[in-house]
Design a protein around this ligand. Sequence first.
Ligand code: 7TS
Length: 402
Amino acid sequence: MKRDDFDILKEKVYGRELVYLDNAATTQKPRQVIDAMVYAYTHFNSNIHRGVHHLSQVATMKHEEARQRVADFINARSKDEIVFTKGTTDSLNMLAFSAGELLVKEGDEIVVSAMEHHSNIVPWQMMCERKGAKLRVIPLREDLTLDMAAYKEMLNEKTRLVSVAQVSNVLGIVNPVEEIVRAAHERGALVAIDAAQSAAHIRIDVQETDCDFMAFSAHKMYGPTGLGVLYGKREWLEKLPPAEGGGEMIEHVSFEKTTYNTLPYKFEAGTPDFIGSYVFGKALEYIENAGRDEIEAHEQELTAYAEERLREIAGMKIYAEGQRKAGVISFNIGDIHPYDTGMLLDRQGVAVRTGHHCAEPLITHLGVPGTVRLSVALYNNKEDIDKLIEALKRAVQIIQSA
Ligand code: 7TS
C-alpha cells in the first residue's frame, strides 16, 4: 500500500534494506508531505493573522483550512474546537494546567489508567500536587485489559476528570473509550482521550465517543514534528483559562486588565506553526486518500500475521496476545534482555523499539525490564514481518550460541 511514496524506506542500514517497524514512535513521511513543506516555504511563508498584505492572508487562510481539515478528520462540530499545540505532550500539559485551575480543588480526584504513557501521567500528577488532589489509577486485569468494574467503582462525586489512552503504545490494546466516557459523564466527570496511538490507525470520532477533550501528535500521523492538537468541546474550552499568555491569545491588553481572544486563539499564544499545520493538512489528506478503513484493515491483517509468525519462535511471550490491537505488538523471548534483541535486530536493518516505552508503571506491572515492540503503518507489508521473523531467529541463534 503506497510504499513508493516513502523514499526513506529505500535507505540502507548497515548495507541492508531498512525494515521500519517503529511507527508508534514516529511515522515516516510520504513525498507529498515533504513536498508540501517546501511548497509552503517557497510560496506563502508569512506570519499569520496580523498582516494586511497578500502573503500573510494566504498563510492565514492555509492555516485555517488545515484547522478545518483536522476538525473534519475527528468529526468535531467546529474548527473552533481545534487548538494547535506542539504535540500530544504539550496538549495534555496545557489541559492539565487549565482544567486544574478551573475545576480542581483540594481532595478532588483525577483518574488515569495503569497503561498510560508518561505524558498522560506526569502532567496530572503535577496538577494534583499543585491542587492537593489525588491521582487514582484504573488497574489492569489478568489479560492486561482495563478493569472496567474497578473503574466504575472508582468514580465518585470527587472525580473531576478521567484521562486515558485510546490505544496503548506498549500493548496496542484498544480501550473501550465510549464506555469510559459514559460512566464518567454519569458521575459528572470530564474525559480526555490520549489519541496519540489511535489517530492514524483507527477511525476516531469525537462526537461518537463524546469525549470532552482529545490529544494527538502530527508526527505519528505521517505529518510534521513539533505539531499536535488539543480538541475540546466548545463549552469547556470557553470556560477554561488559557495556560499561556502572549501575542495572538489576547483581545485587548492594558496594564490594568487583559481580555482574551475568542476560540481557539485563546489557547494559541505566540506565532503558531503555520507551516506545520499546512503540512499536517496534507498528511491528513494523504491518509484520507489511502482510505481510513483500508488502512485499519491492512494494519489489522499485518498485526494478526505478525502474532502468528512470532509464535514460531521458542520462548515467545506476546503481551495481551489475541486482544484487539491497533498496530502495536510487544513481546519478549525467554529471558533474553529486550535491548539485546533490539540491538541484534538493528544490525540486520530492522528498526523496532525496546525498553519501557515511556510507560514505566506498565512495564513494572509486567515485571520485566522492558519489551521489544514492533509497530506498523500503512506502508508496511508481510515481507517486513517475514524479515523481522528471520532476523529474530538469527538473533536468538547468536545469543544462544554465545
Ligand atoms: N501518548 C501516547 C499514548 C504516546 O504513545 C506518546 C508517544 C505520547 C503520548 C507523547 O507523544 P509526543 O508526540 O508528545 O511525544 N509515544 C512514543 C512511543 O511510544 N515511542 O516514542 C514515542
